[in-house]
Design a protein around this ligand. Structure first.
Ligand SMILES: C[S@@+](CC[C@H](N)C(=O)[O-])C[C@H]1O[C@@H](n2cnc3c(N)ncnc32)[C@H](O)[C@@H]1O
Ligand code: SF4
Length: 467
């Protein structure tokens, strides 16, 4: 019953409507609102030292946060800083290099980097020379596996051939480029003017330089998007033919991201229109060359993400779906979140505090979380459901020495409506998510989240809607 490579997916809009409620994206479990200031730099350092003493310490995944952008996209939900001040960016690069030296000196045991990602903000807003210096510092402080996946987020606006050359020379082998929408009226309303020609120039430039896998990002739910307008963007994108495609649901959270208040509610497509756009997108992509992986991700049948998906080797971390399981993720730069097996640690979000900690030779950790046994069990269940879309109860029982139906009685009850709606099937040993359930996988995961009901009763809207 798993989706076959060339079988188009049929989307039921009424069903989506019924389950469209706020919920986490589960790039971590527990989710970030659970992190506390009781876990700080001292606790994180101790945990790093403990992992150094393990017999088989995990490989490394490194994330670098480069927050700067040239202009503000009104929809932006990322942690970014708008600046035209090049000295400000250089100062950040210098402190980031200090943090690289600090973290590099703490991690022992001959561990190598299996995966690296530069995210933002806009990493390509750095000058080519800064890209080279930053990567030199990384290579001087960390050893890499020969087949490491090395990825970067790209905004083609402001990029030059010099940037493309620098990305190739330092060793990036995958890239993700923001597009969002090609329709002029939409681009004007969100203050992001990016021609198709420019996007193609950057895309071809990456291909010519041998970048193996290129992802493009689109967003649905932006101002003035309609069921009639979005196919235009989608057809242009299919023609460009990226290896992967992310089609994000616009997260409109003006109470958290104040600048989104510039976007007038009346210009946004209504829930029904949004769902029609989503339905069209999924049906169009899966009837063509793409496999629907889950949540917002699509990939070509021969892409490593699709291969990992079919082989049940997908994994999820703060960057979304990934093919490298079992790494310790060290995140460097302001606001970034590290994920080791036992702990999460988030860095300070303000630059002065980041500079003062790193300048003093200390980890810039602001808050974090140590997982307890229940968190480990639920994280395993949620990760496997989000990645494999099925779960073997006996595997969980053997791994954690528990009786599944008793332990998860509290989760099986909220699953009942999903079972009646055929989003989930309960087989003897398996919890199986149907094709339609893939779209609502956040709702399935929410049933297993023991922190959620507490957060909901506190009444603060923390998450965007699920579809
Ligand atoms: C850090 S940006 C990518 C690199 C670069 N800054 C750019 O915009 O081209 C990551 C992606 O997040 C998505 N994104 C940003 N804000 C969003 C929001 N409020 N809701 C949904 N997706 C969003 C966009 O698709 C964007 O391409
Ligand atoms: S979407 Fe990308 S370029 Fe636009 S403000 Fe956000 S991080 Fe910067």
């Amino acid at each position: 019953m798993t989706q076959h490579k060339h079988q188009p997916l049929k989307v039921d809009i009424d069903m989506l409507k019924r389950y469209d409620k706020p919920g986490p994206r589960y790039t971590s479990y527990p989710t970030a609102p659970q992190f506390t200031s009781e876990f700080g730099a001292t606790q994180f350092r101790e945990e790093i030292e403990r992992t150094n003493r393990l017999e088989n310490p995990a490989d490394l995944s490194l994330y670098f946060h480069l927050p700067f952008c040239d202009t503000l996209c009104y929809f932006c939900g990322c942690t970014m800083l708008i600046t035209r001040n090049r000295e400000r960016i250089e100062e950040y690069v210098q402190y980031l290099i200090k943090e690289i030296e600090l973290v590099g000196s703490m991690i022992k045991g001959g561990r190598k980097v299996a995966q690296l990602h530069w995210g933002g903000g806009t990493p390509t807003y750095l000058e080519p020379d800064q890209i080279r210096r930053l990567f030199d510092a990384i290579r001087s402080n960390f050893e890499f596996h020969g087949d490491a996946e090395i990825g970067v987020e790209i905004d083609p606006r402001g990029m030059t051939d010099g940037h493309l050359d620098a990305l190739r020379d330092v060793g990036f082998n995958r890239a993700s480029m923001g597009v969002q929408d090609f329709v002029d009226k939409v681009q004007e309303a969100v203050n992001r003017i990016q021609s198709e020609e420019l996007t193609r120039w950057a895309f071809d430039g990456l291909r010519e330089r041998g970048i193996e896998s290129i992802n493009l990002d689109l967003i649905y739910g932006l101002p003035y998007q309609t069921e009639e307008s979005f196919p235009y963007t989608l057809e242009r994108i299919i023609d460009i033919s990226p290896d992967r495609l992310a089609v994000f649901n616009y997260a409109h959270v003006p109470w958290m991201k104040k600048h989104q208040q510039v976007i007038k509610e009346e210009t946004l497509p209504g829930a029904e229109e949004k769902l029609k756009i989503l339905k069209y997108t999924i049906e169009r992509l899966t009837s063509g060359d793409y496999v629907y992986i889950g949540m917002d991700h699509f990939a070509k049948p021969d892409d490593s993400l699709t291969e990992a998906y079919f082989n049940k080797q997908l994994y999820r971390n703060f960057q979304g779906y990934s093919t490298k399981a079992g790494c310790d993720l060290y995140a460097l730069g302001m606001s970034s979140i590290s994920q080791l097996n036992e702990v999460y640690a988030q860095s300070v979000k303000e630059l002065p505090e980041y500079y003062s900690a790193v300048g003093a030779g200390e980890l810039p950790t602001e808050r974090g979380y140590r997982l307890n046994r229940d968190d480990h069990i639920r994280r395993h269940v949620i990760t496997r459901l989000m990645c494999d879309f099925e779960l073997s109860k006996s595997d969980v029982e053997a791994k954690f020495d528990l009786a599944f139906d008793t332990y998860f009685a509290d989760a099986l009850r909220p699953l009942e409506p999903l079972v009646l709606d055929r989003l989930v099937e309960l087989q003897d040993d398996k919890i199986f998510v149907t094709e339609m359930g893939h779209l609502l996988i956040r709702n399935v995961a929410m049933a297993f989240d023991s922190h959620l009901s507490k957060m909901q009763s506190e009444g603060t809207p923390m998450f965007s809607k699920t579809v």
